[in-house]
Design a binder for this molecule. Sequence first.
Ligand code: UTP
Length: 277
Amino acid sequence: MSVIHKCLFPVAGYGTRFLPVTKAIPKEMLPILTKPLIQYGVEEAMSAGIRTMAMVTSKHKQAIENHFKPHLEIESSIQGTAKEPLLDEVNQIIKQCDFAYIEQQEMLGLGHAIYTGKSLIGNKPFAVILPDDLCTNDDDSVLLQMTKLHTQHPDCCIVAIEAVPMDAVDKYGVIDGELLSDSNNTWLVHNMVEKPSPEAAPTNLAIIGRYILTPDIFTVLENTQPDKNGEIQITDALMTLAKKGKVIAYQFQGKRFDCGSVKGFVKATNAFAEKLL
Ligand code: UTP
């Protein structure tokens, strides 16, 4: 049984790669077919047994909160029609989960967004999902795979990794480490580099938007210096814990779509359309 009860969703970013649509619509509300990215993320957290969703959001992202509230007018207008089941999935989520929100007032990076969520999380290990990384798998979801691994390494943070083309490493945090014995997909992390050039990258193993973090990450984040762009990077904070042998990287089973980029978003749309339509 997993001990992870809360999932943090850092969703305060501006989504500038999707302008102009993201002027008024949060990136996380962009749909793959008819379901917004944030709902896929929440469903993945639920598949790992999590029922408390903590969102680090911004004042421009009210639509996310509205999505996870009942809409009685629409419900009564479709009641008794063939469209009634279209709200079933999200209504089940609303019924089964608690949602909590906190505002990130300045966009000071992913590490800062995670730190902003501290009061919603408390002092237990927790999951983090970046909903613009949309993950699919026919079997266990990526987060469920990670919560299972967490039971074997309860004192460690876990980052999900994917082998990416070497010319793409400069978009990611990249890890270096040693494979744990008896494993071909789990590394003890020795080094992490944020957005390295291909020449400087230790490997092509890139961190994607799924983490299990232990609560000591908050103290580390508090003491992590901003990078040259003024942003606090989660990779830098994790590096502090990696030096103590407390970070594990897990090459997950499944497929990830980078829906934070227009190209990845179109790929996800096409893949889902092929499967479902
Ligand atoms: P990204 O850099 O991919 O998202 O951050 P972005 O900044 O919204 O997108 P672009 O680059 O301008 O198009 C990764 C995740 O971290 C969150 C984002 O919302 C996204 O889920 N984030 C990032 C925050 O919540 N706060 C921040 O200050 C930065």
